[in-house]
Design a protein around this ligand. Structure first.
Ligand code: BES
Ligand code: MN
Ligand code: ZN
Length: 504
């Protein structure tokens, strides 16, 4: 698995050896100098400088010049520049090297702009092609020279580095989610997490089926019952300063209740490696074919954790990946079965396809036991959320408005959109069971909300937010910085949340 294929360099001057030169269309002066044309001439060629528009022109050095529209220059923030960079990368997909001034265009913090440009270039060219014999559809772009005016070069260099780290993580999560069920079982993703741990100075512990049984994780065991592949729960711990500091801290734990306790955030990811629905078997349509990506939450969580050391995250972050597939068989969980979950609550199964909440329940219980300052879970949880909000945004629900606000802010700052839905307690009765503490489904109405109300039963009142990513987990086409297939939505959002997290 090779993720990002582009090598980046930042140079204070333009390098004439580059084969293509992408420039942002902002001012008339730049047009005349870099493109060698006036705006009128470009307009005559149909290029108006609209965001995402590109025009490829030959230049005097027998290279290509690519004009990239950034729209109204005054509005060219990180989101705009990420989108423009993605358009440039698509236009340059037939050349191997590119020089661009894009990182010095746009408005706002220069590091943030350079980061966004780098993200756009990488995300729009990445493709999971391990299983293609012919790699033709892949972008040829392998080297990018970012031109930086001297005064901006420190900020731009920093942004490019951050962008590379973050986009690399997104590509990694996309690859995991695009992998077919047989290519990535629960055990395999856990092994992958161990490898990431060794590379990223984070502690990774893997729990197998016997351990999950012993821990009373009835949700994980119940969902896994139909599968020949055993489940895995992966716990990942990041401590600023790395593993050595973490070891020292835990040795000192009993002494001096440290006043310097860092804000502690826990991420919980749904890792359903393949969701067939189980006994409540899904029909064989394209939605079902997408269910290899039902571990997109866990992938986003793992990818996020892989970046924290490199980015110098100042908060303590712990993660749980709840990994198993959901399959029908003679041993599978049946309708009417009652599971006893990690926190002791009992759940009557009314639809084996509502499995995500069962594995998340155990993850949330384990997270709450650590008494963190907040928990966020991320899950491809309900078709209802996809119906309500479509593929462009996730739904967010939670029990603590200041923390939900932090999640919404992280979504805004990364252009991974979200929309808050109400955690309406009046709907709690929809998941009442006459035999157990609750049912695992609430009927046809307000499906995203009843799913969240179910999850809330396992948070023990810890500030918590739930991201339902059933909509944006998948893209049907190559568009902007998205590529067809699994999107790894939430990776950049969670990284931003982890970096900026404050105890709510
Ligand atoms: N993984 C699915 C939800 C899903 C659907 C994600 C479409 C992405 C795209 C989840 O496990 C599921 O099957 N949910 C059911 C719940 C229902 C049975 C209450 C659903 O939404 O239909
Ligand atoms: Mn399901
Ligand atoms: Zn599912």
């Amino acid at each position: 698995m090779k993720t990002n294929q582009i090598t980046f360099k930042v140079a204070k001057v333009s390098d004439s050896s580059a084969k293509a030169f992408g420039i942002a269309v902002a001012s008339e002066g730049a047009l005349a100098k870099e493109v060698g044309m006036t705006r009128d001439q470009l307009t005559a060629l149909g290029f108006e400088g609209k965001l995402g528009q590109t025009l490829v022109l030959p230049n005097s050095k027998k290279q290509l010049t690519i004009a990239v529209g950034i729209g109204e220059a005054a509005k060219a923030d990180e989101d705009v520049m990420r989108t423009a960079a993605a358009a440039l990368a698509r236009a340059a997909s037939n050349v191997s090297s590119l020089t661009t001034t894009l990182a010095s265009a746009g408005r706002g913090d220069r590091t943030a702009i350079a980061q966004a440009v780098t993200e756009g270039l990488i995300l729009a060219t990445h493709r999971y092609n391990d299983l293609k014999t012919d790699k033709k559809a892949t972008s040829k772009l392998i080297s990018v020279l970012i031109v930086a005016p001297a005064a901006m070069s420190t900020a731009i260099t920093k942004g490019v580095k951050r962008g590379e780290t973050i986009a690399e993580a997104v590509c990694f999560a996309r690859d995991l989610a695009n992998m077919p069920p047989a290519h990535l079982t629960a055990k395999m993703i856990a092994d992958r997490a161990l490898k990431v741990g060794a590379e990223s100075d984070i502690a990774v512990e893997v729990f197998n089926k016997d351990q999950l049984l012993a821990m009373g994780c009835g949700g994980m065991i119940g969902v896994n019952r139909g599968s020949v592949n055993p489940p895995r729960m992966v716990k990942i711990s990041y401590q600023p300063g790395g593993l050595k500091t973490a070891a020292k801290l835990s040795a000192k734990k009993s002494s001096a209740k440290s006043k310097t306790k860092l804000p502690h955030l826990i991420l919980v990811g749904k890792g359903v490696m393949y969701d067939s629905g189980g006994i409540s078997l899904k029909p064989s349509n394209s939605d079902h074919a997408m269910m290899k990506a039902d571990m997109s939450g866990a992938a986003a969580v793992l990818a996020t954790m892989s970046t924290l050391k490199k980015l110098g995250c100042k908060n303590q972050v712990t993660a749980y990946m709840m990994c198993t597939d959901n399959l029908p068989s003679g041993s599978a969980m049946a309708m009417g079965d009652v599971l006893t979950m990690r926190n002791g609550k009992t759940v009557e199964i009314h639809n084996t396809d509502a499995e995500g909440r069962l594995v998340l329940a155990d993850g949330l219980s384990l997270a709450a036991e650590l008494k963190p300052d907040a928990i966020v879970d991320i899950a491809t949880l309900t078709g209802a959320c996809l119906r309500a909000l479509g593929p462009q945004m996730s739904g967010v629900l939670g029990n603590n408005q200041p923390f939900v606000d932090q999640v919404v802010a992280a979504a805004k700052s990364t252009d991974e959109q979200t929309w808050q839905l109400p955690l309406e307690r009046k709907y709690r009765s929809l998941i009442d069971s006459y035999i157990a503490d609750m049912k695992n489904v609430g009927g046809p109405d307000a499906g995203a909300i009843t799913a969240a109300l179910f999850l809330d039963e396992f948070t023990s009142g810890t500030p918590w937010a739930h991201l339902d990513i059933a909509g944006p987990m998948w893209s049907d086409s190559d568009a902007g910085w998205l590529q067809r297939g699994a999107t790894a939505y939430g990776t950049r959002l969670l990284i931003s949340l982890a970096e900026n997290f404050k105890t709510p």
